[in-house]
Design a protein around this ligand. Structure first.
Ligand code: ZN
Length: 410
């Protein structure tokens, strides 16, 4: 432990993370879907611990835990989320919440620092009911109609029913107070293997990628699989399959160094072994931190669709169904994380974009925001085997608290 982080209690951080894993444990991970009993118990667990950090907190009308400090001076908002994907890892979310809690415990009790860390846990980051509903509610981007329409993707339960069952119905949804916070800081596991393979301790997030999603529909001619000669078929499924291959052949020449693309779902209609598919649909996603790269790839996609149509067998419709602008992380936050990494992690840090979405992208729409990553063993996440070495968890906590200290005292 370095002199700069002498107040971080690594054993306390690990004990808190173990305590949260014990609520809803599944194998070596957890199963805590949004508003499940273990998720609700985790929220209560956090609220009960806030006074240790000089904070008063409550669960609001959308299931966010929001806390406030009465300490004078500047304030930094910090946190992450406590629900999990189904049968998933123990650190995705809780790591950032516990780092924030530890920072509050260290800093809020230190009279030498004229400022405080306020802890938040954002509800439903994992999207059981929607997209970032908790953090988006806090920034004022969720309407009552949005909540009326939200349903649990696991079992169809409405969000209204889930909120009522949890006892949150009728509570106000707390929103950001303009000017209250100098910014938002979040820590998270990397969920990839860049840090581990580079022997690094800290990822300094430069931006959170934008996600563009497309529905691409091929329309051919449904016909008999036994009597229709190959030469005259208009097989929408075959056209789709060829299109997927063509994407993989042509995108590399037009993409950026970190662009990723995925065909996540294919549907053939009518989907029977003895019928040539009349229509075929694919859901296709592109992620990159540069909108110009995505625009170039979208042009290419449309050009390739036109090529297929020119061959005369199938019609192709490319529809963009999600446009997610990338979120830039604040430069001064990146610098503070880097300086803290030099002080507490031997400078073993790397500036990198995040390929996964996080609540910080929502907070970044209203205040300066920053994120840091710790290594994921084998790059595994969204699976119960997800893990990070204890030593890396503690180093990350030291860098996080030191970053908070630098932001509050600069
Ligand atoms: Zn997460």
């Amino acid at each position: 432990m370095t002199a700069n982080s002498s107040h971080v209690d690594g054993a306390r951080v690990l004990a808190d993370l173990y305590a949260l894993r014990a609520i809803g444990v599944y194998m070596t991970g957890v199963h805590k879907p949004t508003f499940s009993e273990p998720h609700l118990r985790s929220l209560d667990w956090l609220v009960q611990r806030l006074p240790q950090a000089g904070l008063q907190g409550e669960i609001d009308g959308i299931g966010n835990v929001i806390s406030t400090s009465t300490k004078p001076g500047v304030r930094l908002l910090a946190g992450s989320h406590l629900e999990s994907q189904n049968h998933a890892g123990w650190l995705d979310g809780p790591l950032g919440v516990i780092y924030a809690l530890e920072a509050a415990r260290v800093i809020n009790g230190d009279p030498a620092i004229n400022g405080a860390v306020e802890v938040a846990a954002w509800c439903d980051e994992e999207g059981h009911f929607g997209h970032f509903l908790g953090s988006r509610s806090y920034v004022g981007a969720v309407s009552e109609a949005d909540i009326d329409a939200a349903r649990d993707r696991n079992d169809g339960r409405t969000m209204r029913d889930a909120l009522a069952a949890a006892g949150f119905a009728g509570r106000p949804r707390l929103q950001a107070e303009p000017g209250r916070h100098l910014g938002y800081l979040e820590a998270h596991i990397e969920q990839g293997e860049t840090l581990e393979s580079g022997g690094l301790s800290i990822g300094i997030v430069t931006s959170i990628v934008g996600i563009w999603q497309y529905r691409i529909i091929f329309t051919g001619e449904q016909n008999h699989a036994g009597t229709t000669r190959m030469a005259v078929r208009k097989d929408a499924g075959l056209a789709l399959a060829k299109f997927c291959i063509a994407i993989d052949e042509r995108f590399p020449a037009a993409c950026g160094p970190l662009t990723v693309w995925t065909t996540g779902r294919i549907t053939l209609d009518p989907g029977a072994p003895s019928i040539i598919p009349g229509t075929a649909e694919m859901l296709f996603q592109i992620r990159d931190e540069d909108p110009a790269v995505i625009a170039r790839l979208e042009d290419l996609l449309n050009g390739m669709a036109a090529d297929v149509e020119r061959q005369g067998r199938c019609r192709v419709a490319v529809e963009r169904i999600r446009t997610g602008a990338p979120a830039k992380m604040d430069g001064s936050f990146q610098d503070a994380i880097e300086a803290a990494g030099s002080a507490c992690a031997g400078g073993r840090s790397l500036r990198m974009p995040s390929g996964a979405g996080h609540d910080a992208q929502t907070l970044a729409t209203i205040m300066p925001s920053g994120m840091l990553f710790v290594p994921s063993i084998g790059g595994i996440s969204h699976h119960w085997t997800e893990n990070t070495n204890d030593a890396d968890i503690v180093t990350g906590a030291e860098v996080f608290v030191e970053t908070c200290r630098r932001l509050l005292t600069r």
